[in-house]
Design a protein around this ligand. Structure first.
Ligand SMILES: Cc1ncc(C[n+]2csc(CCOP(=O)(O)OP(=O)(O)O)c2C)c(N)n1
Length: 682
């Protein structure tokens, strides 16, 4: 590349303007995107990336790097410009392809797609939760694995969040958790520009945000001018250097409110909502460049001295990688068993059948709730699944998520594996995502299935990022009983089953629960929603465990077939499977042979061949699909004339057995429906 000169000799200003203009040009080229925040936050990002952030573009997965999470994901061009300028594999032509088909620069940052993107962001507020999850994970890693003289883990997490993130509940939940947990390794940079899409924030937002954070236990600083590099340096130094903090500030997460001007430099759009999310147009782009003293041509200009400066500063930022690697080698020699355990945590997906030492449950008509089976299996799993870490949103005794005899993860006992998320489901899912993104944990979080709605935003991102997160969702139907329709899921499973990459398993008994967990913890990537009962279910003895386990892995299988030729197929999941077995018995008494099919997971079943699915569901015979939830799930599997028995309205408050009977989920209730639908059978 030929020598490209800087417009003047202020290298820092030129570096900052390079960030601004790359964003402006990329949005202009795409004719879509969000130029305003990259322009307004460029100075703050420049100082952070060149003087504070510890990272190494050559080793983007360095475990002890600082994390940079752009919660304001719409400002993706800010991140892409920084990645390009600091030497990540993202070229100018990638920037020119911003938002185009197949590019490395999608509209919002996507983890796993673009090297250096720590988290997929865009749904506002989620990045705050994920950053906090990362910080929590790094603290636990430090407390489990660091040894005197071996600070293997001391990375910090920098989160950039805008007004939108500050308004979102998910960020509030997570921030409240972080304050309580005294997560001193998280630094939230608030891009306080007073503008959102509709206009000035005072249309809808008037609280004192820094005061709110202070009240949640965060240490707060203000940068009054987001382009004042001295102010920015002072604030970042304070946030990252405990010797500059007061005793009271040291153990708190840090919040820096940075007053910026959206669209900085644009004569027409600076400090207006117009700068937020539209291309400026060629005329305003030209005027902005002139106003900032930037050459109007060529676009995507990176002056050579700017490029050189970014690269040499980044080289200094990544110097500690070498020191860390040397320390890690020394650690492996001094602490071989800890080093081996750390390896296991990092590569937990490679452990095959981690639950093979847990004995299957013997057949038992009294049985147990699948949530109880989960709680028992979890105790065994803690010994064999590396890096297990999780908890519940204040329903631990109901979700059975506690690992017995182990401590809570708290500021005093940060190594504890039991998390108490508080009643913050949405925050929990974002924090789980952040924990999983550290790459060292097998995490889980529990609540009632009905409240999965409250954390769907996070669950969707777990799926998009294919993170191995276990959602423990108990109290899975009207059978939960007296709490009534507010607590009884109806439509939830249809929704969860429709999230791409999310596996949903609703086990029929304790052994299907064991098989589901064994499958999941044998290295499955992507989240699992495990749907569990409140009420007891018989432990079924129809098949040997190995066969049942194979069936669960296929998502659906033939559980029982009567000696008489099959004339009707009974299909269900979860608690309705044992019910169908009793229906099958009753039909047999009337001389009608049947097949009972258990489909614990439509997700896994859909991955099987058409031949297999047909062989299980038996095309051509009358079929009955029973699930005490919305019947929509079963529509694609059924033909005209098949019988779908489900919930098409909300439940009610009464004992669970009464509700199941009243809503038709009883042996006799189902028989009546079968008799009226398939008269020819009788
Ligand atoms: C959960 C969610 N709701 C709505 C949006 C749509 N949206 C994108 S940016 C934005 C405004 C954000 O304002 P702010 O954080 O101040 O960003 P800035 O205007 O400073 O770029 C909105 C509503 C979103 N991305 N996520």
């Amino acid at each position: 590349m030929g020598e490209v000169e800087s417009p003047n000799n202020n290298l820092e200003l030129n570096s900052i303007n390079t960030i601004r203009m790359l964003a402006l040009d990329a949005v202009e080229a795409a004719n879509s995107g969000h130029p305003g925040t990259p322009m307004g936050f460029a100075s703050a990002a420049y100082v952070l990336w060149t003087e504070f952030l510890r990272h190494s573009p050559e080793h983007p997965n360095w475990p002890n790097r600082d994390r940079f999470v752009l919660s304001a994901g719409h400002a993706s061009m800010l991140l892409y410009s920084l990645l390009h300028l600091t030497g990540y594999p993202l070229s100018i032509s990638d920037l020119k392809n911003f938002r185009q088909w197949g590019s490395l620069t999608p509209g919002h940052p996507e983890h796993g797609h673009t090297v250096g993107v720590e988290a997929t962001t865009g749904p506002l507020g989620q990045g705050v939760g994920m950053g906090i999850g990362m910080a929590l994970g790094l603290r636990r890693l430090a407390s489990v694995f660091n040894r005197p003289g071996f600070d293997l883990f001391n990375g910090r997490v920098f989160i950039v969040a805008g007004d939108g993130c500050m308004m979102e509940g998910v960020a509030q939940e997570a921030a409240s958790f972080a304050g309580h947990q005294k997560l001193s390794n998280v630094i939230l940079l608030y891009d306080n520009n007073h503008i959102t899409i509709d206009g000035p924030t005072n249309l809808a937002f008037s609280e004192d945000v820094p005061a709110r954070y202070e009240s949640m236990g965060w240490a707060v600083r203000h940068v009054l001018d987001g382009n004042n590099l001295t102010e920015l340096r002072a604030a970042y130094s304070w946030a990252t250097d405990p010797t500059l903090q007061t005793e009271g500030e040291r153990n708190r997460p840090k919040f820096i409110s940075i007053r910026t001007l959206i669209g900085f430099g644009s004569p027409a759009y600076e400090n207006t909502a117009h700068a937020h999310g539209s291309a400026f147009g060629s005329e305003e782009t030209r005027k902005t460049k002139i106003n900032l003293g930037w050459p109007t041509e060529p676009s995507f200009l990176v002056p050579d001295d700017v490029r050189q400066s970014f690269l040499s500063k980044t080289e200094r930022r990544s110097a500690s990688f070498k020191t860390w690697s040397d320390m890690k080698s020394q650690y492996a020699q001094s602490f071989p068993s800890e080093a081996a355990e750390l390896e296991r945590w990092q590569h937990s997906e490679q452990i095959d059948k981690p639950l093979q030492n847990i004995k299957p449950y013997p057949a038992d008509t009294k049985g147990m709730a699948t949530r109880q089976a989960f709680g028992e299996i979890l105790q065994g799993a803690f010994k064999s699944v590396p890096g297990l870490f999780g908890g519940s949103a204040d329903l631990a005794p109901s979700n059975n998520t506690l690992i017995k005899g182990e401590s809570a993860c708290s500021p005093e006992t940060p190594a504890g594996p039991n998390l108490h998320f508080g009643i913050r489901e949405h925050g929990m899912s974002a924090i789980l995502n952040g924990l999983a993104l550290t790459g060292y944990f097998r995490v889980y979080g529990g609540t009632f299935l009905v409240f999965s709605d409250y954390m769907r935003g996070g669950m969707r991102l777990s799926s998009l990022m294919k993170l191995p997160i276990l959602y423990v969702l108990t109290h899975d139907s009207i059978a939960l009983g007296e709490d009534g329709p507010t607590h009884q899921p109806v439509e939830h499973l249809v929704g969860l089953r429709s999230i791409p990459r999310m596996t949903v398993i609703r086990p029929a008994d304790a052994n299907e629960t064991l098989a589901a967990l064994d499958w999941f913890w044998s290295g499955h990537n992507g989240p699992l929603s495990l749907i569990l009962t409140r009420q007891k279910l018989p432990v079924l003895g129809d098949l040997p465990y190995q066969k049942l386990s194979d069936g669960v892995r296929k998502g659906g299988y033939v559980l029982r077939e009567t000696v008489l030729p099959v004339r009707i197929v009974l299909v269900g999941s979860g608690s309705e499977v044992s019910l169908l077995l009793s229906v099958s018995d009753a039909l047999l008494e009337q001389g009608i042979g049947s097949r009972v099919v258990s489909i614990p997971s439509t997700t896994l079943f859909n991955l099987q061949s058409v031949e297999y699915r047909r062989s299980v569901l038996l095309e051509g015979l009358p079929r009955v699909f029973v699930e005490a939830l919305s019947p929509l799930t079963w529509a694609p599997y059924s033909n005209d004339g098949d019988l779908l028995i489900g919930m098409t309205d909300f439940g009610a408050s009464a004992p669970g057995e009464v509700l199941m009977k009243e809503f038709g989920f009883s042996r006799d209730g189902i028989l009546v429906r079968i008799k009226s639908q398939f008269k020819d059978l009788f």
